[in-house]
Design a protein around this ligand. Structure first.
Ligand SMILES: [Fe+2]
Length: 138
């Protein structure tokens, strides 16, 4: 597998594992049950993406990372709960940007379709958390 593609996928996977961990921690801190459920769902999505990325990496002959990105520490260090959620969404936007930057170089149609769906899923989850912040759930 192309080293650049492998590096990109592993970077994404590390970020998703970090996102999953962050969301697990934020779920425990959420003040309302509705927000807890929302964060739990977003966290499951992150775990799903991380697993799928590893599977695609292996399918294409690469070595899948199992590291967790340093984003976890950044969110722990962020101020209050709201600030953590806003930082989470900034991280999610970074993932969309990375996918957009790398998509043209992906030759495998199955992986490409997965990445498009992953970017769309991130858009939806960002929107859901932004709405929760507006609604005063956090
Ligand atoms: Fe993510």
């Amino acid at each position: 597998m192309d080293a650049q593609l492998e590096g990109f996928l592993n970077q994404l996977g590390d970020a998703e594992r970090a996102g999953g961990r962050v969301l697990h921690e934020l779920t425990e801190q959420a003040a309302s049950l509705e927000l807890q459920e929302m964060l739990r769902k977003v966290g499951h999505d992150e775990g799903y993406y991380a697993g799928e990325i590893a599977a695609h990496t292996r399918r294409l002959g690469g070595n899948a990372s199992n590291k967790t990105g340093d984003f976890v520490e950044k969110v722990r260090a962020a101020g209050d709960f709201r600030a953590k959620l806003e930082l989470l969404n900034r991280g999610q936007r970074w993932v969309i940007r990375k996918i957009e930057e790398n998509l043209a170089a992906v030759n495998d149609d199955h992986l490409k379709a997965f990445l498009v769906v992953m970017a769309k899923g991130h858009h939806m989850n960002i929107g859901a958390l932004e709405q929760a912040l507006k609604d005063g759930l956090a």
